[in-house]
Design a protein around this ligand. Sequence first.
Ligand code: C5P
Length: 397
Amino acid sequence: MNNLTNKRILLGVSGSIAAYKSPDIVRRLQDLGAEVRVIITTGGREFVSELSLQTISKNKVHDNLWDKEAELAMGHIELAKWADAVIIAPASANTIARLCHGKADDLLSTVILATNASVLIAPSMNQQMFASKAIKENLKILNNRGVVTINPGFGEQACGDVGEGRLAEPEEIAKQVANMFSDSALSGRKVLITIGGTIEAIDPVRYISNHSSGKMGMALAHACIQAGAETTLIIGSISVEIEKRAEVIYITSANEMFNAVMKKIENQDLFISCAAVADFRPTKISHNKIKKDGKLAVIELTKNKDILESVCKLKNKPVCIGFAAETENFLANARAKLKNKKCDAIILNDISNSDIGLNSDENEVHFISQEKTEKIDKSSKQIIAEKIIKKVTKYFF
Ligand code: C5P
């Protein structure tokens, strides 16, 4: 079966010698059933003719953000909405850096900001450039935002160097675009994810919270959407970009998160409790700002309801996945949580190591279910999220 039948693929061609292969990429995508439109950057135009791309794609090539006629026919927002997936191949070092910074000064970068579709990039550049720290870090930032990298190949390059940086083969690129649509293990499923920290007010100015960034939860949101799930996010305090394709509910306190979850939980197939919910809240919230010369010595705390445990007790509970952020007795504590909260799996996080866990870009976790414990090696949170979702679908759906 052609995986791209009826799929609308937008191909971005940027400035790299490998742009000469882009008509072949169009052809390979079409062979898999896709309708293809092309955006070319100023740099891309130096290496491949628009006429070739227009003839093969059977569509006018889009190249100008400021062209009034083009905007009337199919403007940047329409193009962004039209695409089921956007693939930038070749993706030059400059284009990668510009995407990283959210630039919107040409058609391709603007469309990338405006699209809800999956974005893939196939880097192509000199091996020394590809090995540079800047490129590696830029790719990591994009990957953490859910952009999928199609890794370049190793071999002889147009400049005569030998190394990693050659554009992946057109056939491989088309295959990986098609794979984005075949990974629909959660298609037709509903997923609810809690993300970020909660904020527990002390007075109108001060509060109790934690260091959660929401990175792991948002990576899980990308992974669920990628797997075809209808995804709802209940978001507390975070410092990451929000997944645009999800339904989003904002909350502040643990109590608000509890109410939002309970209101949404019916008919969910999967509940992922990734939020760092405050275990306690101040018993009384002072109506006025507490004066520093006042008599306050102790803030009395009241225990918050455990949201995950409450969901696990529901009669028609969804598959429930919890997180355990631990600083000691890791496996024992996590297994106790699995048992006490009666969830289906716990993702264990060692937060005593600052390279992984809370607020960092990478993670290393254990996937603990009733049957087994499996380590997921250190990687970006996006990769970890994809591996978690693969295990969840394999074991529970
Ligand atoms: O018991 P502990 O707080 O370590 O458990 C962590 C797991 O429980 C996480 O999945 C977290 O989202 C969830 N939790 C919750 N409600 C709370 C506290 C934790 O859902 N009040």
